[in-house]
Design a protein. Sequence first.
Length: 345
Amino acid sequence: MNNELQQTLSRGMVIPAHPLALNAQRKLDERRQRALTRYYLAAGVGGIAVGVHTTQFAIRDPKIGLLRPVLELAAAEVKKHSDSSLIMVAGICGPTKQAVAEATLARELGYDIGLVSLAALKDEPIEGLVQHCRAVAEVFPIMGFYLQPAVGGRVLPFEFWRQLAEIENLVAIKMAPFNRYQTLEVIRAVTESGRSGQIALYTGNDDNIIVDLLTPVTFTCNGHAITQRIVGGLLGHWAVWTKRAVEQHAAVTRGGSDIQKWLKLNAQVTDANAAFFDAANGFHGCIAGLHEVLRRQGLLEGRWCLDPKEDLSPGQMEAIDRVYAAYPHLNDDEFVRAHRDEWLR
């Protein structure tokens, strides 16, 4: 299974980070939660990530108790409406005991990979972080995760990524440090590990999505020049306007010599992301921003988050208005309009 999984991931795909659909009482709206999953499947994604930041980490709070229900809903929809090639990614959080329990649950529900967050181990030494990842990898395959410090991550040195790459059940890495130096360090670590053909590289750098997908990166290892590419993305940004993201990924994969076209598109996507993710306010409204786009499309009833304090920042609504008007070719509103009622049944 691992070889098949690795080959599928290495071909590259769009993996949206699945949001959480709530009603006005901030309770799970199962109908709209299912509709979101159906939207992503219809858009042509290669995988779905559930229980990650965009799904809201608070679903793990025992008082809320939504981790299992949300994982189950997505798994059921994928089983019903997709073929077996779609990759199911579960977010794995917390200290080792919690992370192993979450991985065990996800595996039982049919998930293929665990995206391992290290946010709960900020003071753990490198050896401890690697052992944590090994423990989860004993349950099922894992995807490493470089999360930017601005939203709870930590700077992870080359040595960590080099040791992580030696874990046989590591099948991919999502790089989201929003930092070119650190992104390249991860790629170099994979190269020097000798596993460049076995560990798929995925972008989470919302500030540089198209260029990440476009750029070949070459390092020399044992006298041999080895070129790797970031083959896909696991992104909260791709939770909205997903049909266009699938088309962009396919177009970048096909290649083409018009570099100016790609650079222009990269700037446009980054500008839209700045509005959705509330970059001007330290990403405070990042989840609410995605919810607002889905609300406008009629997929969500409102932009409610589990935390009542979590909403759009001042000026964010105007920023979303601006990018909607500036880049009409980036939205997939027409596609959603044509199928929304079907997804909401």
